[in-house]
Ligand binder design. Structure first.
Ligand SMILES: Nc1nc2c(ncn2[C@@H]2O[C@H](COP(=O)(O)OP(=O)(O)O)[C@@H](O)[C@H]2O)c(=O)[nH]1
Ligand SMILES: [Mg+2]
Length: 298
């Protein structure tokens, strides 16, 4: 096939080292340009500057009896963040687990940047999230990013890179969402899907703030946002004991006038080891009461 025919057929692939100018597609034939690999070495000063500007990702994982899921999750975090060279720190908050959650975390701490925080007794997701975020703040500077995710290996860590990109582009909080085009939800029962969707519609109507998924635990925050929230509320930033704490965090952040955004998530509930720890009806009831209270406050 001649070069001209290729262009007429819309093909713009050429042998290695040659590319076609975009203008070619519009019929203006030019000689192909040859790409010459550019090799340069950053000066030490530039390298140091880049290292300083790179944001660290601190991943806080609330974990209660996650023995079946934790190894796969930790390995997936490492596999997602190490190849692109993202500096990171994982913080596992073991909430009085009675299985091997803590010893698994200790084992992985020998081979990756991981810190274990322990509750002697089970205190619930609220207290665990609070302690996870506090610990994450201690390990971050204001321009770093704090990520929270379930420790049940249903939230794919590869998405952290995309969330990070959104932070880079100007968002303050980025939510891994089940309600954005392109999202997939696998293995969740129809009843639970219906409830989650109902909650999303109700919350969108009552609290229009650019968020569709108010309840998912997988989020990225600028560390400066978490710091400001603790400065303002103290430990009351997370004063809801149950799973509704995730929703409450977003409602409390409204006052800071933040830019919140979402990225579509593939939720692999089909890969979850063990049953959900969420008590669905109790959480639904507590959430409804909370929504009413927060709506009336403003
Ligand atoms: N700290 C703490 N974390 C919990 C508790 N129950 C569940 N979790 C954690 O909260 C996250 C969400 O729980 P999960 O079972 O994944 O709920 P689901 O995804 O909504 O079905 C997981 O990381 C759990 O380990 C609890 O009593 N205390
Ligand atoms: Mg989960």
């Amino acid at each position: 096939m001649s070069r001209t025919t290729k262009i007429q057929k819309g093909l713009d692939l050429e042998p290695d080292g040659v590319w076609l100018d975009a203008r070619d597609r519009y019929g203006c034939i030019e000689e192909p340009h040859t790409i010459r690999p550019v090799s340069f070495r950053m000066s030490e000063v530039t390298q140091a500057k880049h290292a300083r500007l790179r944001r660290k990702v601190v991943v806080a994982l609330p974990a209660y009896n996650e023995e079946p899921n934790l190894p796969a999750l930790l390995e997936a975090i490492r596999d997602a963040l190490e190849p692109p060279g993202v500096p990171y720190q994982v913080i596992v908050v073991d909430d009085g687990s009675t299985d091997a959650t803590a010893s698994i975390a200790r084992r992985y701490a020998e081979e990756m940047p991981l810190m274990l925080v322990r509750h002697e007794r089970n205190q619930g997701l609220g207290a665990t999230l609070r302690d996870g975020l506090r610990a994450a703040l201690e390990h971050s500077s204001p321009r770093d990013v704090i990520v929270t995710m379930d420790a049940d290996a249903t939230h794919p860590p590869g998405l952290i890179l995309r969330m990070l990109q959104h932070i880079e582009e100007g968002f303050d909080v980025v939510i891994a969402s089940r309600f954005q085009p392109g999202a997939r939800v696998l293995g969740v029962s129809p009843l639970r899907r219906l409830m989650t969707r109902g909650a999303s519609l109700l919350l969108r109507a009552l609290f229009p703030m650019g968020v569709r998924d108010f309840t998912c635990g997988y989020r990225a925050y600028r560390a400066s946002v978490v710091e400001a929230a603790f400065r303002h509320y103290g430990d009351d930033f997370i004063d809801q004991a149950g799973f509704q704490c995730m929703l409450d965090v977003l409602l409390k952040l409204r006052r800071f006038g933040l830019v919140m955004g979402e990225v579509p998530m593939v939720l692999r509930y089909d890969q979850k080891g063990g049953a959900s720890k969420m008590r669905v009806w109790r959480t639904a009831w507590a959430s409804l009461r909370l929504i009413l209270r927060r709506r009336l406050e403003r």
